[in-house]
Design a protein around this ligand. Structure first.
Ligand code: 13P
Length: 259
């Protein structure tokens, strides 16, 4: 059975001591998950320490961003190799906050994706439409534009190391969650893009996560939705009980499917 993924994007929250205390407690509460992959993406400053804690567990470590150059005069930037040296396995790329607040272009995101793969990091590539784009009927076009720009020229073996996160911008941090129908429709659209670039098999195997106001209250309904392979969680990943509850919901769903 396909494993599902629950990833935490802490964004710019928790300093180093706070991250350590949180992760030590959290990791103990996630010990019993056998079918669900957990990925924690803390800020850069906590990566090394959190990596040391997670190395003793089955939980994966991810970063929230990186730069595409390998090294050099890029003040303030972090390379893929630097991330790997903290025991990071994943990196979130193309998050809507990077696209909209920091003006990251599709082209820049593609370069980052290529560099991450080259270095052996697994990208979690985010795509999603704004409210205005949805209301003007452009959701499918936007998803296609962002997908094609990011994944162009990738080989099958590179694509196998990628995860896609559908994060409608209007649902991020707003408390407005996409309905299961809206999420399923978008995920199906993304899967068909993967199928036409690669194959139906690749599209079926591809992990497509949903992100945007995922909470313990809506996790069960969403995870039972066709085509949703897990979650990328912001706000609720900062609260231990909420994150554990969502992870347990996903694990319970898989356990029931197994029977
Ligand atoms: P929220 O869960 O806070 O809506 O954030 C989603 C997100 O942006 C995860 O990357």
């Amino acid at each position: 059975m396909k494993r599902l993924i629950v990833a935490a994007n802490w964004k710019m929250n928790k300093n180093v001591p706070e991250s350590i205390v949180f992760t030590e407690r959290l990791s103990k509460n996630l010990l019993n998950l056998r079918r669900t992959d957990i990925i924690l993406c803390p800020p850069y400053t906590s990566l090394f320490n959190i990596g040391e804690i997670l190395n003793k567990t089955d939980i994966y470590l991810g970063a929230q961003n990186m730069y595409f150059e390998a090294s050099g005069a890029y003040t303030g930037e972090i390379s893929a190799d630097m991330l790997k040296s903290t025991s990071c396995q994943y990196v979130i790329l193309g998050h809507s906050e990077r696209r909209h607040i920091f003006n990251e272009s599709d082209d820049l995101i593609h370069k980052k994706l290529a560099a991450a793969l080259e270095t052996g990091l697994k990208p979690i590539l985010c795509i999603g439409e704004t409210l205005e784009e949805r209301q003007s009927g452009r959701t499918v076009n936007i998803l296609k534009k962002q997908y094609v720009a990011a994944f162009r020229n990738l080989s099958e073996s590179q694509m196998r190391n990628c995860i896609i996160a559908y994060e409608p911008v209007w649902a991020i941090g707003t408390g407005i969650v996409a309905t299961p129908e809206q999420a399923s429709e978008a995920h199906k659209e993304i899967r068909s893009l993967v199928a036409s670039q690669f194959s139906y098999k690749m599209a079926t195997e591809m992990a497509i996560l949903y992100g945007g106001s995922v909470k313990p209250e809506n996790a069960a309904e969403l995870i039972a939705t066709d085509d949703i392979d897990g979650f990328l969680i912001g706000g609720a990943s900062l609260v231990e009980e909420q994150f554990v509850s969502i992870a347990d919901t996903v694990e319970d769903y898989l356990a029931k499917q197994e029977k």
